[in-house]
Design a protein around this ligand. Sequence first.
Ligand code: UDP
Ligand code: MG
Length: 330
Amino acid sequence: MNTTDNTSKAIAESRELPVIALVVPCYNEEAMLPISAPVLLGILDTMAAEKIASPQSFILCVDDGSKDATFAVIEAQHAADKRFKAISLAHNRGQQNAMLAGLMTAMPLCDAAITVDADLQDSPDAIYEMVRKFREGADIVYGIRNSRSSDSWFKRTSARAFYRLQRNMGLETFYDHSEFRLMSRRSLEMLSEYGERNLFLRGLMPHIGLNYATVHYARNARAAGTTKYSFFKLLSVSIDGITSFTAQPMRLIFLVGLILLLADIAVGIWVLVSHFNGSAISGWSSLMVSVWFLGSLVLISLGIIGEYIGKIFTEVKRRPRYAIKDRLLD
Ligand code: UDP
Ligand code: MG
């Protein structure tokens, strides 16, 4: 076989191999990026060498308005290796929006994109398996953790409770799947049709409804830097995860109202009977208890309604979800 044959064979092969984009949301990751960049580039090298993915596969870092030297680290990596591409958001828009910005930027440039956290807590070795399942025909490949032993007791328990609550509210979600996921270009194109501002990708992907596969992996502890999720940020993501998808909480108010109505009838009968027995004592304590109980109930109900009104408020504004400041895509 002569050289021309070899070259054309190589071109034909590389055309068949999918271009994979690793989309990495980064918020204040100056400590972590110098460690994760070589690992991710190593994965690209291996995939190219073993003919799993095209040598044109790349990393797309999304600097989510970091306040530290994250972008300087990204620029240095980009200068050293052009497969390390990046965009930088003008403000901190949160992981969900950062991922969306990265996915939409990568969409025209790749055959499939994989979202990976910058801290590599989601074992990057699972990427090979994800790409294999993609090549076998899956449009979405969900990474599912084997165990949560690296999480604190609180995070583990609250996450489990959250998944259960979501399921009970009728959401299709994958237990122990966070944001480590492969999405084909086709699924990304479908995702781009979703115009909503309150994003919860984990819930949207099953909604898209293309064929999927799962990959199990071990979750490691963070090697450097600290978690970017405070308790309140985590709570806010969890609330979004439910209220963006279902009006069940509002139905619950109605249900609680019905149950209270029944209870009221029972209490009414009891009060009437006590009254005619002559044993009715105007009790201050029972009055106080019911006033407080009803007061809190009203407040909770208003809170839930307020959550939806808040959603309507942000949706009708239709503000752009992110503004890309810089691009290093060459
Ligand atoms: N992240 C982001 N914007 C934010 C918060 C987090 O882009 O406002 C990124 C962060 O840099 C990391 C990923 O989202 O790559 C997951 O965050 P982290 O590891 O802090 O969350 P945890 O693993 O503790 O849940
Ligand atoms: Mg993490």
